[in-house]
Unconditional design. Structure first.
Length: 114
């Protein structure tokens, strides 16, 4: 995936949130897999679940006793998603209109495309 495609996808996710989200989750998130760059909209309960899974993988890696197990755990750790509060990617203009914050989205893209 190219940087421009990633930005378009994130912008689409934020715009979908602005235009269609009717849930009551106080902390909706964008979840990004740092290896595949797959990005999706999730609620805060999924973030907590993924943190638990991440902790389990780290514990398994620490207890690994052979290089194959360590390699598998390292691969899994690299897949651990990053989370961004969707509110940090939204901008409210002075007239009250809400839109995707292009600068904030580009800052996220900068993390993955250096």
């Amino acid at each position: 995936m190219k940087r421009e495609e990633f930005i378009v996808h994130l912008t689409d996710l934020v715009n979908d949130y602005i235009n269609f989200y009717v849930g009551n989750d106080a902390e909706p998130q964008i979840r990004i897999n740092p290896e595949s760059l797959n990005a999706e909209f999730v609620d805060s309960s999924e973030e907590l679940y993924d943190i638990d899974e991440s902790d389990a993988v780290v514990e398994e890696a620490a207890a690994a006793d052979d290089s194959a197990a360590e390699d598998a755990d390292d691969f899994q750790s690299a897949q651990n998603p990053d989370y961004y509060a969707i509110h940090s990617l939204v901008k409210i203009d002075s007239d009250g209109s809400v839109r995707a914050d292009a600068k904030a989205i580009e800052a996220v893209a900068d993390i993955y495309f250096r």
